[in-house]
Design a binder for this molecule. Structure first.
Ligand code: SF4
Length: 383
């Protein structure tokens, strides 16, 4: 069952409660370059990122926020929620650049990166007071790569154990959230995250966080930090996030990927969509069930059909139906009966003929050069 978290409103998006799990991502452009940053915000948003975060790490980037918003609005993206990611000097930037403070829809602060000793609490307080002044929600996002070292040392002295980093991360994040509430930030203006780069540790951190939050949980942002790149990054993030989401933990997710070989930034958004769709938590586009193929089928024809139907689904805005494409009669008829529309090949001896099913019932056979084209026509006619 989903954790009963409060609903945090970020521009038009609701995070938490029973709302769908929200997808988010972050730009990797220099925020001071307003044109390029706005362009990437739009790419991410168009790909399905419902919240877009930009780093605000300098005076130039804080000054550019207003222009980024202007470009977004002028291009018809008035609904796109823009989030500012702050470290070290966030309180100073928000105080000095009031348009930046006013324009952003949410602020993110890392409690491990706001200073040391007495200035740590002071800087954090200033940051939270500005969020209250401008009526903005805040993500208090802890990361084990930037732990509060004083708290870590204190806890280590008290009871050193192998989970000390996780305990420090959770405590630091929760203490910061409580302090923010004490300062006047409402419970439904806070989102928490506790990010680590190891799958098992991430699960452990969230189990502890949920336990410590008790009966008044905060809305939660999930993500495996520094997940890596390519397949490894996608698989590690999916493994961790799937386990947590299945336990009802998490209201918004990001899959952080290091772009590989000119890989588009939107890959991380696509990964989030596939993950949520695989878990049946959201539906964005048709789900294609296809077998891996083996020696029983004509793999050339089978793989060609799968590739072309996938391309068609990716390029067209279709109802979220189930499509099955199967290599032979071993599992083909059974899988076809579960799908909205399906085809299966008979086996390699009759390679050029496929059976099509609609709503679980045999519909017709197709053969020849235009199998995929005719199959797509049937999809268009029926759905
Ligand atoms: S459905 Fe047929 S072709 Fe596909 S993997 Fe199974 S046995 Fe092989």
């Amino acid at each position: 069952m989903r954790l009963k978290t409060p609903i945090v409103k970020i521009r038009g998006i609701k995070v938490g409660g029973k709302n769908p799990i929200v997808i988010q991502s972050m730009t990797n452009t220099d925020t001071a370059d307003a044109e390029r940053t706005a362009k990437q915000c739009i790419e991410l948003y168009e790909a399905g990122s419902e919240l877009v975060r930009i780093t605000v790490d300098s005076e130039d980037s804080a000054a550019a926020v207003k222009e980024i918003r202007r470009i977004l609005d002028s291009k018809g993206y008035k609904d796109l929620p823009l989030i500012g990611d702050f470290h070290f000097i966030g309180h100073e930037l928000l105080a000095k650049y009031t348009e930046c403070a006013r324009t952003l829809d949410k602020y993110r602060i890392n409690p491990g990166n706001v200073g040391f000793g007495k200035s740590r609490d002071k800087n954090f307080e200033e940051f939270i007071k500005l969020a209250i002044k401008y009526d903005k929600p805040v993500r208090i996002g802890g990361n084990w790569g930037s732990l509060d070292q004083e708290l870590l040392t204190k806890l280590m002295d008290k009871s050193p154990d192998e989970d000390i980093q996780i305990k420090t991360l959770v405590k630091s994040t929760l203490d910061s959230a409580k302090l923010a509430e004490k300062l006047g930030l409402k419970h439904d203006k806070i989102i928490l995250s506790v990010k680590v780069s190891d799958v098992q540790e991430l699960i452990k951190a969230h189990e502890l966080l949920v336990k410590k939050m008790g009966k008044k949980p905060y809305a939660l942002h999930l993500g495996l930090t520094e997940a890596g790149s390519g397949l490894q990054g996608v698989v590690s993030s999916s493994a961790a996030l799937a386990i947590l989401l299945q336990k009802g933990i998490g209201d918004t997710i990001r899959i952080s990927l290091t772009p590989q070989n000119d890989e588009p930034r939107i890959r991380e958004v696509q990964a989030c969509k596939h993950l949520l769709q695989s878990l049946d938590l959201r539906r964005f586009q048709p789900k294609i069930v296809s077998c891996p193929g083996c020696g029983r089928t004509n793999n050339i024809l089978f793989q060609k059909i799968v590739k072309e139907v996938n391309r068609y689904v990716d390029k067209n805005n279709l109802e979220p139906i189930n499509i099955a494409i199967m290599g032979c009669i071993v599992n083909g008829p059974g899988e076809s009966r579960h799908a909205d529309i399906a085809l299966h090949l008979p086996g390699k001896k009759e390679a050029g003929i496929v059976s099509v099913y609609v709503k679980g019932k045999f519909y017709k056979t197709l053969q020849g050069e235009s199998i995929t084209k005719e199959f797509i026509q049937i999809i268009e006619e029926k759905f």
